[in-house]
Design a protein around this ligand. Structure first.
Ligand SMILES: [Zn+2]
Length: 80
């Protein structure tokens, strides 16, 4: 999607917008971190206007770093 081509239908009509898809009425995504959920307003959306498929990429560097450095304690598992 980030390269401008839809990963589902191969269309090249992909659009992007900061926070383009909201997950609740407060415009905040919640990221699971152990037993708690941390809010973030930092993500980028890529949307295919042919099939409707979209992807959201978290762009909050603090949360990305926390998950990378302490995945197990935050109940994340690296995909191998
Ligand atoms: Zn598509």
């Amino acid at each position: 999607m980030r390269d401008g081509q839809c990963s589902k239908c191969a269309s090249e009509r992909v659009y992007t917008s900061t926070n383009g898809i909201m997950m609740d009425t407060r415009l905040v995504l919640y990221i699971k971190q152990g037993k708690s959920w941390q809010p973030t307003k930092h993500w980028v959306t890529y949307l295919c206007v042919d099939c409707g498929y979209y992807e959201n990429y978290l762009s909050d560097p603090d949360i990305l770093t926390q998950i990378r450095d302490a995945a197990a304690t935050l109940q994340w598992k690296k995909v191998d």
